[in-house]
Design a protein around this ligand. Structure first.
Ligand code: NAP
Ligand code: ZN
Ligand code: ZN
Length: 352
């Protein structure tokens, strides 16, 4: 066992506060990582506030983890001491079901073990995430990160990156296609970068006209303000694929009119009801699809990181001291983040 320090919430209204807890000893297949940077995902806030139900406290959030390997178990071959490692949303799965055998651990039929707010499969202990000084994870759920990447800006790749990369690959986005990314936040800004790197024509679809210049700097060819009916009409029936990252129930119907016949809008943001409901006619007329996608498997997460190293893709981040983490959560809630907060975990040493 090792003593870990971090920040936790103790109930669904509490602010994050300093918290100490035990991590398991490094087993034969485990890797211990000293955490350098931890990204702040909107899912951290959803889970801490119990928006999705089933929250378990105390909760140390954080599933965009970058750190250095400091200890490996006897069977570990994937990484060695000194390597830069990444951990995302999962730390275990059953490893034997059809999904796991197809490298889709995120869809494990028994449910994966999430990095926090979940139970360890063997001990039943509550898992605790990356707003902490170190983590111990089984090697299958650790990826290798190139040191050529700016590490603080690479942390969000472990969730925002893979969550947008995976559907763009699954729906085979590429040259000659017009792709819309809805919502310019942590996920959306990665979606723009990836879709552009894959060769598509990319349109940023936003509710915030003031983000337009940023969207173009990030690689968007065009910007569509979704609250402007004239702009929506001008882009009607023109998209091959839409990636919807909006975090709350919203009216998805207007976006359906943007799709070409036989095209798909993939939801990655909202996990609750569509509000108002999606109208059947918006699927029927044009044989359109609405789909969903959850993060990505471990093999694809490694592929995504290698793609990022090759194309020099990282997130646009605002690095914060951990003592300012509650303020960062407030700002994220108010849509005031350009485009991902990342905690410099070295600042934990100064925290009370
Ligand atoms: P974020 O940084 O807060 O960005 C969300 C963006 O959505 C905002 O920047 C805003 O963009 C837009 N938006 C916000 N409220 C809206 C509203 N009421 N109507 C329309 N647009 C709105 O959040 P994030 O970290 O990217 O996460 C987005 C969602 O994905 C969260 O719900 C998170 O839990 C979920 N998520 C899912 C997965 C998965 O595996 N599927 C993985 C990670 C996260 P504009 O200002 O441009 O409109
Ligand atoms: Zn996330
Ligand atoms: Zn499984």
């Amino acid at each position: 066992m090792s003593l870990a320090r971090g920040y936790a919430v103790t109930d669904n209204t509490a602010p994050l506060k300093p918290f100490s807890f035990e991590r398991r000893a490094v087993g034969p297949d485990d890797i211990r990582i000293d955490i350098l940077y931890s990204g702040i995902c909107h899912s951290d806030l959803h889970q801490a506030r119990d928006d999705w139900g089933g929250a378990q406290f105390p909760m140390v959030p954080g599933h965009e983890i970058i750190g250095r390997v400091v200890e490996v178990g006897a069977n570990v071959t994937r990484l060695k001491v000194g390597d830069i490692a990444g951990v995302g949303c999962m730390v275990d799965s059953c490893r034997t079901c059809d999904a796991c055998e197809h490298d889709l651990e995120q869809y494990c039929e028994q449910g994966p073990t999430w990095t926090y707010n979940s139970r360890e499969r063997v001990s039943g202990e509550l898992t605790q995430g990356g707003y902490s000084d170190h983590v111990v994870v089984e090697q299958r759920f650790v990826v290798k990160v190139s040191e050529t990447l700016d590490l603080k800006a690479a942390a969000p790749l472990l969730c925002a990156g893979i969550t947008t990369y995976s559907p763009l690959r699954h729906w085979k986005v590429g040259p000659g296609q017009k792709v819309g990314v809805i919502g310019l936040g942590g996920l959306g800004h990665m979606g723009v970068k990836f879709a552009k790197a894959m060769g598509a024509t990319v349109v940023m679809i936003t509710t915030s006209p003031e983000k337009g210049a940023d969207a173009k700097r990030l690689g968007a060819d065009d910007v569509l303000v979704s609250r402007d009916p004239a702009q929506m009409k001008a882009h009607a029936n023109s998209f091959d694929f839409l990636l919807n990252t909006v975090p709350v129930g919203h009216d998805t119907n207007p976006y359906m009119s943007l799709l070409k016949r036989d095209s798909t809008m993939c939801m990655v943001g909202v996990i609750t009801e569509m509000d108002p409901p999606l109208t059947g006619g918006n699927l029927i007329f044009g044989r359109k699809s609405v789909a969903g996608s959850g993060i990505g498997g471990m093999a694809e997460t490694q592929e995504m990181l290698d793609f990022c190293a090759k194309h020099n893709i990282v997130s646009d981040v605002e690095v914060i001291d951990i003592k300012d983490v509650n303020e960062a959560w407030d700002r994220m809630q108010k849509n005031d983040v350009r485009y991902r907060f990342v905690i410099d975990m070295a600042t934990l040493k100064n925290a009370a």
